[in-house]
Design a protein around this ligand. Structure first.
Ligand SMILES: Nc1nc2c(ncn2[C@@H]2O[C@H](COP(=O)(O)OP(=O)(O)O)[C@@H](O)[C@H]2O)c(=O)[nH]1
Ligand SMILES: [Mg+2]
Length: 479
């Protein structure tokens, strides 16, 4: 399965665009450089295939000096998925100025201040082989695509002088959503877009008691934990905020969320949801985690410790660094209600759609975690966020989500890729740019949550006798 993701990843190289001078290219003032020979050799003349025009410009950007501190960079003004770089030397005019860059490093950045080198898979800075003449276009793909707002080329070796023309290969992450037709019938049933339906969902969740129907009244299982996992930026923290806002009746951003190159969530946090009408916490906890990244994938040991309930309510940890059992707060003998009862992976629909911007290491990590989770008999779901970025109709009104074939296709695709039932994949649009809560967004979020809890109840049936044993007689006081 991984190989299909990697090849899908390379396939999409075919559809990647030239981000500097393609149809959605950048303006001249988005190109800048460490230095220029003079304005006729400035960065604006570095676009691929620029040719010499007498008294106006040369074909290429030429640095003022030749050293390894020189660079040319582009600012995209929006997050882009970058696959590679194409370069050329100085455009040929006559037999002079045989200038081109023979090797270079590439750096990427989200904010234009902190820069990360593109690396080899072994972690070393990648040195790309550049040009060996002035006109041939050399294409170099990155070992792994990067998310970036800025890309910088830093020449390492050159012929005669540092001069180059270039472009960047990739996609803009949030390209304008398509406006596909909407189907007459919905592709999934069960949701009504009315205030009565929303009130019903809230009441059900507020009154949720784990496996109530199977337990005698003297047995009470305190609460269940739903773990959120997935790549950084998948919308985990935003989903918790969306759910909590629905109950609080206003935008309530308790969990940090945002667009940053690395996870803004650094702690494992078991969030309690409070209803607006009562201070009683609801009997499920939403457990937010640090995002998975190529250098922060979850180890199987950490996954097991999380699933078994060894992590306390708020716990700073890196998924890739094994949790030591002598750390303060480590729960040595967890109860069944401390365990994780369901795992929800959050994936960004815009990356799943073309299967191109999913980072292969993270995809592989999710797949290997899946088997560990199934071994614990824990139900898995996927919440496919940002479906508003797939379809303009959904962006305008989230009610259209189950009538949009683009969203249905994405749901089917991700279900197939990760081997899940289609009805275990939930399309979602979180609160994001809204100034106030949107009832339809709340309906979507709460109905997904309700379905997850129903499935958790079903899986807890497998431990019924154990639960009756522990919670019937000892009467644990956990609140
Ligand atoms: N358009 C859109 N943006 C979203 C959605 N969900 C999250 N975002 C944005 O995506 C970014 C990352 O979200 P965050 O919740 O921090 O992701 P996390 O790393 O998985 O916790 C934030 O800027 C959110 O506002 C969504 O459904 N639609
Ligand atoms: Mg987060």
């Amino acid at each position: 399965m991984l190989s299909s993701m990697v090849s899908a990843c390379s396939e999409c190289r075919i559809c990647s665009q030239h981000l500097v001078s393609g149809p959605q290219g950048v303006a001249d003032d988005q190109l800048s450089a460490s230095s220029e020979w003079d304005p006729l050799h400035g960065p604006r003349w570095a676009r691929l295939n620029t040719v010499f025009v007498s008294r106006s410009h040369i074909g290429g950007w030429a640095a003022k000096v030749n050293d390894r501190y020189q660079y040319i960079q582009v600012k995209f003004n929006r997050v882009s998925i970058v696959h590679g770089i194409v370069t050329q030397g100085r455009s040929v005019v006559n037999d002079t100025c045989k200038q081109y860059v023979k090797s270079f490093k590439v750096f990427h950045s989200m904010d234009g201040r902190s820069w990360t080198p593109v690396k080899e898979r072994n972690g070393e800075d990648k040195v790309f082989r550049g040009n060996s003449d002035q006109e041939t276009i050399e294409t170099n793909y990155f070992p792994c695509p990067v998310l970036a707002n800025f890309i910088r080329i830093n020449p390492q070796t050159w012929n005669e002088h540092i001069t180059l023309r270039f472009d960047v290969l990739g996609h803009h992450k949030y390209s304008d959503p398509k406006r596909s037709h909407l189907e007459e019938n919905t592709w999934r049933k069960g949701i009504e877009w009315s205030s009565e339906f929303l009130d019903g969902l809230k009441t059900k969740l507020e009154n949720y008691v784990p496996i109530k129907e199977a337990l005698d009244c003297d047995v009470s299982f305190p609460e269940v934990n739903i773990l959120f996992l997935g790549p950084t930026g998948g919308g985990k923290s935003s989903f918790f905020n969306t759910v909590h806002s629905a109950f609080r009746g206003k935008i309530f951003n308790q969990a940090l969320s945002g667009r940053a190159p690395t996870s803004m969530t650094t702690k494992f946090t078991r969030y309690t949801v409070l209803s607006s009408s009562t201070v009683e916490p609801m009997r499920f906890k939403l457990c937010d985690t640090r995002g998975l990244e190529p250098s922060h994938t979850m180890t199987n040991d950490n996954m097991r410790l999380m699933l078994e309930g060894h992590l306390p309510d708020i716990f700073m940890f890196d998924p890739g660094v094994t949790i030591a059992s002598d750390l303060p707060g480590f729960v040595k003998s967890p109860y069944i209600h401390d365990r994780i009862h369901s795992v929800v992976f959050f994936l960004d629909a815009t990356s799943v759609d073309a299967m191109h911007s999913m980072i292969p290491e993270v995809v592989q990590n999710i797949k290997s975690l899946q088997s560990a989770i199934y071994n614990h008999n824990i139900p898995i779901f996927i919440i496919l966020t940002k479906v508003d970025c797939l379809c303009a109709h959904v962006r305008e009104d989230v009610q259209n989500v189950f009538r949009c074939p683009l969203v249905e296709q994405s749901v089917n695709k991700v279900a197939e890729e990760f081997g899940l039932r289609r009805n275990a994949v939930f399309p979602m649009k979180n609160l994001e740019n809204e100034g106030e809560i949107d009832d339809n967004v709340s309906i979507l979020a709460l109905s997904h949550l309700k379905t997850i809890l129903e499935n958790v109840d079903a899986s807890l049936f497998n431990r019924l006798s154990e639960i009756k044993e522990v919670y019937g007689h000892k009467k644990l006081n956990v609140f």
